[in-house]
Ligand binder design. Structure first.
Ligand SMILES: Nc1ncnc2c1ncn2[C@@H]1O[C@H](COP(=O)(O)OP(=O)(O)O)[C@@H](O)[C@H]1O
Ligand SMILES: [Mg+2]
Length: 360
């Protein structure tokens, strides 16, 4: 049995099924991320785990102890669960020091030292401990909320979009710092986010949530490379999806013969590639002759955005007259390095690396 076990969890708000049957196992000391669009039920799930609300149906157990079974529930303050809410939810009338120390006893041994230490751990300067929340930036407030939750030495930490108030650069470094911090403290963590890159980089286990349910749970690599369906594929990143015929571990498609991740035989299938699996090499129309099963394309759009360049490539089938083959052919959209990206009108040869994923 895992550290946290959730099964058949349901919660309605009037006619809205915020949770429509959630199952989840979380190993002790691990990090799990739950990712899904706004309104899919992420916060509701955390609130039920934390004990702020009781489920209509289903079961939650932590470290072998039943926390909720249908409506019956252990109250939140007895669960040993730390929560960092979406908005930080600091006490505005208390100093930062008292916010961090909120869960500690007034007379707890070395209270002041522990507060300073926790502030240091989350990267806050000692000088701000006397301030009040409104005198801090959004990012600093989030760190205070994290320090406050850590102060309670939780068995389980729930983070509800804690990085969403931060700028992109700070966000990545904060995410890394928080991951290391929780890992060092051995605290099992669940992070909720609507940012797929955040989910994939933070956790060992990722659950993709949609309409109150998990549509897929797995390792970041499995979810990214073997998504169950097109929606999950596109939610987790850019995807190139092509019709194909599958046999003997290969697909025949408009990109030629590509290795796939299944041995089953299918006459009608859809395959998925991530854009970074496709390399482009400049050539010319003359360079296309004599290599009949290699895919070529013409760059029809090239949009420079600094470090990356988004390129549209219309496939030219070498065995047919290029213009005929191009009719009704949707271009592939590829994000490439901004350095030396091919320009509109250039002819490129496409090579695929790795395997394509076949949707079930
Ligand atoms: N207290 C509530 N009363 C009524 N509806 C709610 C309440 N909390 C959440 N909901 C609804 O439940 C659904 C899931 O909400 P929520 O869990 O906050 O989603 P997320 O955190 O993924 O954005 C939404 O449709 C939301 O409007
Ligand atoms: Mg939410």
């Amino acid at each position: 049995m895992s550290f946290l076990e959730i099964s058949g969890l349901k919660k309605h708000y009037g006619p809205v099924a915020a949770l429509a049957g959630v199952d989840l196992s979380v190993a002790s000391g691990s990090r799990t991320a739950i990712v899904g669009p706004s309104g899919c039920g992420k916060t509701t799930l955390l609130r039920l785990i934390a004990g702020f609300e009781a489920p209509d149906q289903g079961h939650i157990a932590l470290d072998g102890e039943v926390l909720a079974n249908g409506g019956v529930a252990v109250p939140a303050h007895r669960r040993g669960i730390g929560v960092v809410a979406q908005d930080g939810a600091l006490f505005p009338h208390l100093t930062i020091s008292d916010n961090i120390g909120f869960g500690m006893g007034r007379n707890e041994d070395k209270r002041a030292e522990r507060i300073v230490e926790l502030a240091y751990i989350v990267g806050l300067d000692k000088a701000i401990l006397k301030r009040r929340p409104h005198e801090l930036s959004g990012g600093q407030q989030q760190r205070v909320a994290l320090a406050r939750a850590m102060a309670m030495k939780p068995r389980l930490m729930l983070l509800d979009e804690p990085f969403s108030a931060l700028d992109t650069g700070l966000r990545a470094s904060m995410r890394k710092a928080v991951a290391e911090l929780l890992e060092a403290a051995g605290i099992t963590t669940i992070l909720v986010t609507h940012d797929q890159a955040e989910a994939l980089s933070f956790a060992a286990q990722v659950a993709v949530m949609r309409d109150g349910k998990f549509s897929q749970v797995g390792t970041p690599r499995d979810l990214y490379l073997k998504p169950k369906d097109r929606m999950i594929a596109e939610f987790l990143g850019d995807a190139i999806i092509l019709p194909a015929k599958i046999s003997d571990g290969f697909a025949s498609s408009s990109l030629g013969r590509i290795a796939v991740d299944t041995m089953e035989r299918r006459d009608v299938a859809r395959i998925m590639l991530r854009p970074e699996q496709i390399a482009l090499k400049r050539t010319s129309r003359e360079g296309m002759s004599g290599t009949s099963d290699m895919p070529f394309g013409e760059v029809t759009e090239s949009e420079f955005a600094g470090s990356t360049c988004t390129i549209a490539v219309r496939l030219l089938n070498n065995s047919d007259p290029p213009d005929a083959a191009a009719i009704g052919n949707t271009p592939l959209i590829l994000r490439k390095s901004g350095m030396d990206a091919p320009a509109v009108g250039e002819i490129v040869r496409l090579t695929v690396s790795g395997k394509a994923h076949v949707f079930a």
